[in-house]
Design a protein around this ligand. Structure first.
Ligand code: PMP
Length: 436
């Protein structure tokens, strides 16, 4: 049984002849028979090349916050590019955008980049230069982009290599990373206050930064314990460590001011991407004045030919204007709450142990466990195979979440109440089919 229609199959085969595995990012590869080729998107829907429509809950892994091909954003970009796209000078659009980000998120200063990977890479350098220390703490199951330093103990690392919980190993998620890089990475379980305190107290002189995905957007939307961020904030203040919120998934999605607003917590550095541009490539590093001013021409590097390019900047300016003026996240939250509750009810009715995690704009469904997961190792205990079966049944019926349960369901403002009803009906049928 294949998820691919005839045209998809043919085009994907063509793709594999010239693109390794037929995809431009490994996360999109679902094998030779199940990888999609998408023709277009509009609002909450995408269509594959066989013209089959799907209600899209992958939303390109999160960026689409308004809806696909939002005409207001497209119009802003179309107008802006008539005057050229790249000058290697500051443009008025960049000034406007930085002002908007500052106002919305509460950071003091902003530098623009193009992708989340670039943003976190630069954030790490800034933190190292600011503290004159080299190592950093990251949490198991968290993802901070493709940079070598962060590709340890992510949700795609080999589970057998994570080590014991008492003494986690920085497990490489890929070949091709020099062995020595792992020595700069201190890996800990998320939400474990005691282990964090012990580690920081013993090793603070080596630690430049603590990188945090505030909601585990790459591990089933696992939520922080109420006291966890307060502890991190206190330890960072006490030991001069840079607290970095990686808000690539949460930024401009769980609140206009992201996780800082949602959790009433101020980080020293924050990275944004995804929802900032509603699908256009744009990212940002923001932070407190003194930390951001570590960037210093000739001494501490940040740069990039395409940083602040007209396309991404125009898209982000339009997206943030819409977020500021319209109840975008309110709508998304309302729909998300209905979906979470509906899915919870269906699974209860069908007698499948489960828990719905995360927040309405980015939630996840864990099958086979009923206790609130606190860290990545709790996620692994769930029934990922059953989840994948349910996802495949959903997709066959026109609802497309990711088949990997670690990836949350993302919602956009274009998703209607009717779409939510349709999704829940299809979810009910899909669970029944998967149980068989
Ligand atoms: N940080 C987080 C939290 C992410 O989820 C991602 C991408 N999924 C990245 C960084 C990397 O962003 P990009 O794919 O734009 O490089």
């Amino acid at each position: 049984m294949s998820l691919q229609g005839e045209k998809t199959k043919a085009l994907f085969q063509r793709a594999t002849k010239v693109i390794p595995h037929g995809v431009n990012s490994n996360f999109r590869y679902w094998g030779p028979d199940d990888t999609f080729v998408i023709q277009r998107g509009e609002g909450a829907y995408i269509w594959d090349v066989d013209d089959r429509r799907f209600i899209d809950y992958r939303l390109a892994f999160g960026p689409i916050i308004l809806g696909h091909a939002d005409p207001r954003v497209n119009q802003a970009v179309a107008e802006a590019i008539q005057g050229g796209t790249l000058f290697a000078w500051t443009t008025p659009g960049e000034v406007e955008l930085a002002e908007k980000i500052v106002k919305m998120t509460g950071v003091d200063k902003v530098r623009l980049t193009n992708t989340g990977t670039e943003a976190t890479m630069h954030a790490l350098r800034i933190a190292r230069a600011y503290t004159n220390r080299e190592k950093f703490i990251k949490f198991e199951g968290q993802y901070h982009g493709m940079n070598d330093y962060f590709m340890f103990s992510t949700a795609s690392a080999n589970m057998g290599m994570l080590g014991s919980r008492r003494s986690p190993i920085a497990a490489p998620a890929t070949s091709g990373i020099p062995k020595g890089i792992g020595e700069y990475v201190i890996v800990l379980p998320f939400n474990d206050i005691e282990m964090l305190e012990k580690t920081v107290k013993a090793r603070w002189g080596e630690i430049a930064a603590i990188f945090i995905e505030p909601v585990m957007g790459n591990a089933a939307g696992i939520m922080p314990r109420p006291e966890f961020f307060k502890t991190i904030r206190r330890l960072c203040d006490e030991y001069g460590i840079v607290m970095v919120f990686d808000e690539v998934k949460t930024g401009f999605r769980i609140a206009n001011g992201g996780a800082q607003e949602y959790f009433k917590m101020k980080a020293d550095l924050v990275t944004y991407a995804k929802s900032l541009g509603n699908g256009y490539p744009i990212a940002a590093i923001g932070g407190k004045e003194d930390v951001m001013m570590t960037i210093d021409p000739g001494h501490v590097a940040h740069g990039g030919t395409y940083s602040g390019n007209v396309v991404g900047v125009a898209a982000a300016n339009a997206t943030l204007d819409i977020l500021a003026k319209e109840p975008v996240l309110e709508t998304i939250n309302k729909r998300g709450r209905t979906l979470m509750k509906g899915i919870d009810d269906i699974l209860t009715e069908q007698d499948i142990p489960h828990i719905v995690t995360g927040l309405p704009p980015m939630f996840s469904i864990l099958l086979g466990i009923e206790e609130e997961p606190r860290e990545f190792r709790d996620y692994i205990a769930g029934d990922g195979d059953l989840y994948e079966q349910v996802a495949y049944e959903l997709i066959k019926r026109g609802v497309m979440p990711d088949a990997d349960g670690r990836e949350p369901w993302f919602l956009c403002a274009a998703l209607s109440e009717k779409d939510v009803d349709e999704t829940l009906n299809i979810f009910n049928d899909s669970v029944k089919a998967a149980k068989k």
